[in-house]
Design a protein around this ligand. Structure first.
Ligand SMILES: [Zn+2]
Length: 127
C-alpha cells in the first residue's frame, strides 16, 4: 500500500501514476475544471509562446507568468475575484496542490506572494 500524497489515505500501489487517492483526485479535477489551474508548460502553441508558468481560468483564459510567485499572485487574484479555488502543479516535485494548501505548506512563497500583491496594482486590470 502507498499513501495519498495529500490526505495520507491508503491507495493501491502501481494502479496509476498519481499518488493521490480517489477522493483527492476528484477534488483536484473539480477545482481544475471550474477554478484556476497553475502549471508549468514547456511546449506552448507549438513553441510560439514562451515556456513557463501558465495560469488558466475561464474568466481570463491562459496567462503566462514569468515565475512561480508571479503565477501565484495572478492565481490568487483571480481566485479572490471569481470566488473559486485553484490547483497548482509543482514542476520540480511533480506534485499537485490546492493553491491555498501550497501556500500554507510553503510560507516563504506565501510571503513573497503577499508582498507582490501589496506592492503592485492589479495584474488583471492591465490585461
Ligand atoms: Zn487523498
Amino acid at each position: 500500500m502507498d499513501r495519498c500524497a495529500r490526505c495520507e489515505a491508503e491507495v493501491e500501489t502501481g494502479e496509476k501514476e498519481s499518488t493521490y487517492c480517489e477522493a483527492c483526485s476528484q477534488r483536484f479535477e473539480a477545482v481544475r475544471e471550474r477554478g484556476v489551474w497553475v502549471r508549468y508548460r514547456t511546449d506552448v502553441a507549438g513553441g510560439v509562446l514562451p515556456p513557463g508558468f501558465y495560469v488558466r481560468s475561464d474568466a481570463y483564459g491562459d496567462r503566462h507568468a514569468s515565475n512561480r510567485v508571479d503565477a501565484l499572485v495572478t492565481a490568487t487574484e483571480i481566485m479572490d475575484r471569481q470566488q473559486v479555488d485553484g490547483v497548482f502543479d509543482c514542476p520540480e516535485t511533480d506534485t499537485r496542490w490546492l493553491v491555498d494548501g501550497y501556500l500554507d505548506a510553503h510560507p516563504g512563497v506565501a510571503e513573497a506572494v503577499e508582498a507582490e500583491r501589496d506592492s503592485f496594482f492589479s495584474r488583471l486590470s492591465n490585461w
